[in-house]
Design a protein around this ligand. Structure first.
Ligand SMILES: *Cc1c(COP(=O)(O)O)cnc(C)c1O
Length: 390
């Protein structure tokens, strides 16, 4: 019995669906099984040295020990604007069109609290990164699922959303290159999104933390490269994935100034911004990391992708060969569910993968592997999978 009843909001947060496999992983760990985990999308390689050095320098400056401005240092916002210009040819006003975030994850909640009223819908891809869904629920909004199906290249079909839902919808979430499916979106799809948002008065939120992680010469788009995008939306981006900085907690929301300003008002009432020394380190990452370093990290992921792809294919598991992100989205073999196959890999190979259904019911029948495992361990895991499934 719980002593305190939860708010209706918290009560609606879906329970952790895989408590059972979680318990099995915990038991295997306790038993000393040598497990190799492809579960979490958290880069295994270190933050670049010049970024760590800049944190050291900035942390010793007492001016950085006081409250930061909630919206971010102007120098940080200018660095974001110049990075967006250089990497994506997107022009941003650092004062009105950039907001610092303590990691981009918090952005979905700020956006929901700023714009979603009880009874309003958010249009949320399924499967998806869960904060779009839970951020909506915590703001007492309603979630309408947009199925991401393989036959549509894991893009939502906007024309299929019921009219009465569209009428009550406030926000449309998109995220390409996509976690968990590894799918990418092109200009044609995004033009349709801008038209749809204009026709229906929707705010588009493009969550784009994998905008720099791509292979085979592919260059992911920023939503803001699309003509008219800034009139209808914002993009979230993050230092976490391209600069191996998940632990540092620094990201940004950029785009439409009216939306950015409303998010900033929420943020100003919830927290006091990112530690200034971390913002200076982030500036170093954005402005002083050579493109060749991003290229080097991408070539590591690309080699891992190819090895995993070859291995899985050789044992009859169907998987895409993603052009971007560090995720493999794989079909479970016939007669398996996501959970049963994840359990089999755990018990037969000591390999941990994420069940596709953890990202929503349209993820059932898939599992996700994150390529953030050091090369030698990844090779070891591939050998074990071959042995287990041969
Ligand atoms: C990793 C990830 C993020 C980044 O989160 P941070 O809070 O900036 O670390 C955001 N969205 C998606 C889809 C992700 O996979």
């Amino acid at each position: 019995m719980q002593k305190y009843s939860h708010s209706g909001r918290l009560g609606q947060i879906p329970p952790y669906l895989f408590a059972e496999i979680g318990r099995k992983i915990e038991a295997a760990r306790k038993a000393g099984v040598d497990m190799i985990s492809f579960g979490i999308g958290d880069p295994d390689m270190p933050t670049p040295a010049h970024v760590v050095e800049e944190l050291g320098r900035a942390s010793r400056d007492p001016r950085n020990h006081q409250y930061p401005d909630y919206e971010g240092l102007l120098a940080f916002r200018e660095a974001v604007a110049s990075w967006y210009k250089r990497r994506h040819n997107v022009s941003l006003d650092p004062v009105s069109e950039v907001l610092a975030l303590i990691g981009s994850k918090e952005g979905s909640l700020h956006l929901s609290l700023a714009f979603v009223n009880p009874g309003d819908y958010a249009l949320v891809p399924n499967p998806c990164y869960t904060p779009y869904r839970t951020g909506t629920i915590l703001a007492n909004g309603l979630v309408h699922d947009l199925p991401l199906l393989e036959e549509n290249g894991f893009l939502p079909q906007l024309g299929k959303i019921p009219k009465e839902v569209v009428k009550k919808a406030k926000v449309l979430y998109l995220s390409y290159p996509n976690n968990p499916t590894g799918a990418v979106a092109g200009m044609e799809f995004y033009r349709e999104v801008v038209d749809f948002a204009n026709d229906n008065g929707l705010i588009v939120c493009s969550d784009n933390p994998y905008s720099e992680i791509a292979f085979d010469g592919y260059r992911p788009l920023s939503f803001l490269e699309v003509p008219g995008a800034k009139d209808v939306g914002v993009e979230f981006n993050s230092l976490s994935k391209p600069y191996n900085m998940t632990g540092w907690r620094v990201g940004m929301a950029v785009g439409n100034p009216e939306i950015i300003s409303a998010m900033a008002t929420v943020k100003n009432n919830v927290d006091s911004g990112v530690f200034n020394a971390i913002q200076y380190a982030a500036i170093a990452a954005l402005l002083r990391t050579p493109d060749s370093e991003i290229g080097r990290l991408n070539s590591v992921y690309q080699k891992r992708r190819d090895l995993v792809w070859e291995t899985l294919n050789s044992v009859g598991i169907r998987t895409g060969r993603p052009k971007a992100t560090f995720y493999m989205w794989c079909r479970v073999p016939e007669r398996h569910t996501s959970a049963s196959f994840a359990t089999l890999l755990l018990e037969k190979a000591g390999v941990v993968v994420t069940s596709g259904a953890a990202y929503g019911r349209y993820g059932e029948g898939f599992f996700r592997m994150s390529l953030t495992v050091p090369d030698a361990r990844l090779a070891e895991a591939m050998g074990r999978i071959k042995d287990a499934l041969a």
